[in-house]
Write a protein that binds this ligand. Structure first.
Ligand code: NAD
Ligand code: LMR
Length: 327
């Protein structure tokens, strides 16, 4: 095994997503089947979660994964993020039935101040950060606000689960395999206001709207169903999505490390697609040798512009609510 191990920090490692995620990182599905990893696992520094973390690590050991060079279990962010090239920020409270993700703003937001500071202080020079903990677009903004060393484009949040959901639902409606659905990207917030841009999506290489032939369903059935899928899962399972979220995070990181891959990522908008320059909004990005470039060539019609305006307003509102956490 010749490659140098990559240090991957995962927060909330003993939680539900952590349990669905770590074994897939360890088996090489995220960074490659020939890429050794050092897993640096953070949990809150109290007995219960630390004991649970130990249990997860025991199971990882019992898999005898050849790619796991080492495992570090800790309650200290400075240890977890030390020299990490990927920082996967999952640890935070999930919402329960009847809550919106925005209800978690203040509680979870504080976590990302300390973690943003620690990452900026001790993570590797090439560190990249992917935020999953909700509300993820705003939490990534809080973490990035602490960075003095790392540039803002290293900080991303996950809207890939929404892209995967959106593709699956179009495929189901059209009665085709999900492989037939392409060019479906998510704009804006990971919340019911997100815009799953069906106007540019394709099914079997043809415009999805033509194949589906039901504009009312696309606007009034499909969009809310994708936007509220998280709540539907919570209603059905009694707890929030975990395996599909972990799967989406694997996709998020794998595609961000695969030159030429195009997918939806929440990035600092810098004013693209009419978003407020300071918010992190979902949009299509293409991976390059040195990072990624945002694809800005999609022309939006009036309907799409109105949807983007709505999700932008919500992101700006979230930013306003937590502005004291951005100092
Ligand atoms: P969980 O409650 O099962 O696990 C969260 C874990 O994080 C717990 O073990 C907890 O002890 C730990 N934790 C809490 N604060 C921490 C801190 N400061 N440092 C380290 N660890 C900490 O929750 P889950 O189901 O794994 O979900 C985690 C988060 O992911 C939630 O906020 C959830 O809403 C979010 N989520 C996001 C998406 C998305 O698409 N962006 C999808 C699913 C879930
Ligand atoms: C999801 O979309 O499944 C997650 O963000 C969990 C949630 O609260 O909806």
């Amino acid at each position: 095994m010749s490659k140098k191990p990559i240090r991957v920090a995962v927060t909330g490692a003993a939680g539900n997503i952590g349990y669905a995620l770590l074994f897939r990182i360890a088996s090489g599905e995220m960074l490659g089947k020939d890429q050794p990893v050092i897993l640096q696992l953070l949990e809150i520094p109290v007995e219960g979660p630390q004991k649970a973390l130990k249990g997860v690590a025991m199971e990882l050991e019992d898999c005898a994964f050849p790619l796991v060079s080492d495992m570090i279990l800790t309650g200290d962010p400075d240890v977890a993020f030390k020299d990490a090239s990927w920082c996967l920020l999952v640890g935070s409270k999930p919402r329960g039935p009847g809550m919106e993700r925005a209800d978690l703003l203040k509680d979870n937001g504080r976590i990302f101040i300390a973690q943003g500071q620690s990452i900026d202080k001790v993570a590797a020079d090439d560190a990249r950060i992917a935020v999953v903990g909700n509300p993820c677009n705003t939490n990534v903004m809080i973490a990035a606000a602490q960075a003095r060393r790392l540039p803002a484009d290293r900080f991303t949040a996950m809207v890939r689960l929404d892209q995967n959901r959106g593709r699956a639902q179009l495929a189901q409606k059209a009665g085709v395999s999900v492989n037939e659905v392409s060019d479906l990207y998510i704009y804006g917030n990971h919340s019911p206001t997100m815009f799953a841009d069906f106007t540019h999506a394709k099914i079997g290489g043809k415009p999805a709207a033509d194949v589906i032939g039901d504009e009312a369903w696309l606007k009034n059935g499909y969009l809310p169903a994708v936007g509220k899928r998280g709540a539907a899962i919570i209603d059905a399972r009694g707890q929030s999505s975990a395996a599909s979220a972990a799967n989406a995070l694997i996709d998020h990181v794998r595609d961000l490390t695969t030159v030429g891959a195009v997918h939806s990522v929440a990035v600092k908008s810098e004013g693209r697609y009419g978003f407020n320059p300071e918010v992190w909004a979902g949009m299509p990005v293409r991976t390059t040798a040195s990072g990624f470039e945002v694809i800005t060539s999609y022309e939006m019609d009036d309907f799409s512009k109105s949807k983007i305006a709505l999700t932008n307003d919500e992101l700006v509102g979230e930013r306003e609510t937590i502005k004291d956490l951005l100092a």
